[in-house]
Design a binder for this molecule. Structure first.
Ligand code: TRP
Length: 451
């Protein structure tokens, strides 16, 4: 316990690590397929507004709670609330980490498998009919293959997290994030130089308001949350490795800028290709694993771009997954006095096992079968992104408003960002709006669940 807390080596290192957490499957897989199904540009505009009015304040709240206390989410809420039941918000975060990582890692495994398929030229058989869809279905329902890839992916997370904050998370993010940006830019250039790419750009950026219904707005709100890794203490944990002098506002703006830019660029790379090759943009979740693999063989240089695309997806997933595992690890190190390696191996294994059940639920064995039609993997996904994260985010906003206090929050922000002068009532208003908006999503989902 006597060991001093590790800190990030540099500001850029921290920003890249936090952006690495934020940029993930949410940006490259979820955002494009949701925009594709809900009005393209209209969805994008609502999503951008949500990021600013909900994402930014709650991101600042989490980073400042972490930096102030230098602790994991549970310890942080405990310290700032005199050991009251607010610590349950932290525990909810740790529970969300288990829930999210166990399905996220399964999809992470898919990205590895598809990188390999792309490398071996397997997509060449996918150009005709529904062969890509059939192959994807056969893969995810297989009782062994996806589990092996999931465990490899989980093993990589454990390997990185075991190396610690600076030598693990920061070092890997500093390598992987520039790689990710480089690959993405090449894919964007490939996309916009395809003949007929303009239709894809128009689709993504010109709003079709008629396709945007109330449920799409709620989806955009919920997504603005997921994509910046909010609502479960990831940013509290990453903020706890910052020292007091750093400028939180500037860092938060960078994180949000990188996350949003990468989602939009991924949208450009994907929809230019989808439109140029005459495919359906509203394909849904299969857009990435079914439509794209069938498109690559039809475009010039497709074989190499296919490898690049899935490697991109893998890198994005990995830097996010490690941030989720770090929440659990930090909790057991700070609160239970465990060593880093004991915490990573233990919880990497437990989450790995839950992930095995998640993967099996797509095919041979769904533990939920006696109770509902939902697969266990869907349940983990829905429970976390629809209920647990919005609840966590809402409670974080309420915590700043009623327990920690706007004045103390602003003091923490101003340590390192003296230029940031906003009246306390303005900040109170912003937090009230952000909290209410998230409360609205949460209640709406609850009503939908029971109604
Ligand atoms: N933000 C990541 C994405 O867009 C996922 C993620 C990582 C996450 N850590 C999180 C989501 C914590 C919610 C909470 O894919």
């Amino acid at each position: 316990m006597a060991k001093p807390r590790e800190h990030w080596g540099s500001k850029a290192g921290f920003i890249l690590a936090a952006a690495g957490s934020a940029v993930g499957l949410g940006n490259i897989w979820k955002y494009p397929h949701m925009a594709g199904q809900h009005g393209g540009g209209a969805f994008t505009i609502v999503y951008l507004i949500c990021i600013l009015i909900v994402g930014l304040p709650i991101l600042l709240a989490e980073l400042s709670i972490g930096r102030r206390t230098q602790l994991n989410p549970v310890g942080a809420f405990k310290v700032l609330s005199d050991n009251s039941s607010w610590k349950w918000v932290g525990l909810l975060g740790v529970a969300s980490a288990f829930t999210i990582l166990s399905f996220y890692s399964v999809v992470g495994g898919w990205t590895l498998k598809y990188t390999l398929l792309a490398l071996t030229g397997a997509f060449n058989d996918f150009a005709v009919g529904d062969s890509a869809g059939k192959a994807f279905n056969a893969f995810v329902t297989n009782p062994i293959d996806p589990i092996i890839w999931h465990l490899v992916f989980m093993g990589l997370c454990v390997y990185i997290i075991n190396q610690g904050v600076k030598a693990g998370i920061e070092r890997w993010s500093k390598v992987l994030m520039p790689v990710l940006l480089g690959i993405l830019l090449l894919l964007v250039v490939r996309g916009i130089t395809l003949e007929g790419a303009g239709a894809g750009l128009r689709f993504l950026f010109s709003p079709k308001w008629s396709d945007l219904d109330a449920s799409a707005v709620v989806l955009a709100l919920g997504h603005s949350f997921f994509t910046i890794s909010l609502g479960m203490g990831t940013m509290i944990t990453y903020g706890s490795y910052l020292s007091r002098g750093s400028d939180l506002v500037q860092s938060a703006l960078w994180i949000i800028f990188l996350d949003t830019a990468i989602a939009l660029l991924a949208g450009v790379a994907i929809f230019t290709a989808v439109f140029a090759l005459g495919q359906n943009p509203a394909e849904g979740p299969g857009l990435i694993f079914v439509v794209l693999p069938s498109l690559f063989p039809q475009m010039p240089g497709g074989a190499i771009f296919a490898v690049m695309f899935f490697a991109l997806l893998f890198v994005a997933a990995l830097t996010s997954a490690i941030s989720i595992l770090e929440v659990v690890t930090a909790y057991f190190i700070d609160e239970k006095g465990w060593s880093r390696s004991r915490a990573t191996y233990t919880f990497g294994s437990i989450i790995g096992l839950i992930g095995v059940l998640a993967s099996l639920s797509n095919g041979s064995f769904n533990v939920l079968a006696p109770f509902t039609e939902l697969t266990f993997m869907d349940l983990l996904d829905k429970a976390s992104s629809k209920y647990m994260l919005p609840l966590g985010g809402m409670l974080t906003a309420i915590f700043v408003l009623v327990r920690w206090g706007i004045v103390r929050f602003m003091d923490e922000i101003k340590a390192g960002a003296a230029w940031f002068q906003l009246h306390r009532w303005a900040v109170t208003t912003i937090f009230t709006i952000a909290g209410s908006v998230v409360a609205y999503i949460f209640v709406r989902e609850l009503v939908a669940l029971f109604g």
